[in-house]
Write a protein that binds this ligand. Structure first.
Ligand code: FES
Ligand code: FES
Length: 163
């Protein structure tokens, strides 16, 4: 067992974990933050994406102990009270989800890509960056549209969302 501490959605947390515990299981099982999903056992689906020190990471590919002392944010940490994050609001407005299983990972990946690319984020880049996130429902069109709209709003860019 290893004692780990981290900042999780702005709260300082600490727990004893087995050395083999994956970050995704630590988040879900120890802290009941079940918005981070497990959609595969091959590190392909991206349903488990969280931010570790501001970087989008598939939390099934990382040990909880590797995130000790890090700043970890999950989908539950995005909204401020009742106010959705702009990416969450854009997915809602532009119907960027159907069953919603992939959505937390999509949104966490989207927030990180908008922060990295800023006003340079175009549709081709969004599609390339989503390579690691699989949606079994939507066909991606409305996901891309949602991310583009959120990027426009967050960066103050005036262009229209992708059609
Ligand atoms: Fe992590 Fe699928 S559960 S990539
Ligand atoms: Fe169902 Fe993406 S909305 S898997």
């Amino acid at each position: 067992m290893t004692t780990i501490s981290m900042t999780l959605n702005g709260q300082q947390v600490s727990a004893d974990v087995e050395d083999r515990t994956l970050l995704v299981n630590y988040i879900r099982d120890q802290h009941s933050l079940t918005g981070t999903h497990v959609g595969c056992d091959t590190s392909q689906c991206g349903a488990c994406v969280v931010h570790v020190n501001g970087t989008a990471v598939k939390s099934c590919t990382m040990l909880a102990a590797q995130a000790s002392d890090a700043n970890v944010k999950t989908i539950e940490g995005l909204a401020v009270g009742e106010e959705l994050h702009p990416v969450q609001a854009a997915f809602k407005e532009h119907h960027g989800l159907q069953c919603g299983f992939c959505t937390p990972g999509m949104i966490m990946a989207a927030v990180a890509m908008i922060e990295r690319h800023g006003t340079e984020l175009d549709e081709a880049t969004i599609r390339a960056e989503l390579e690691g996130n699989i949606c079994r429902c939507t066909g991606y069109h409305n996901i891309v549209k949602s991310i583009k709209a959120a990027a426009d709003e967050m960066t103050g860019r005036s262009s229209q969302a992708a059609e």
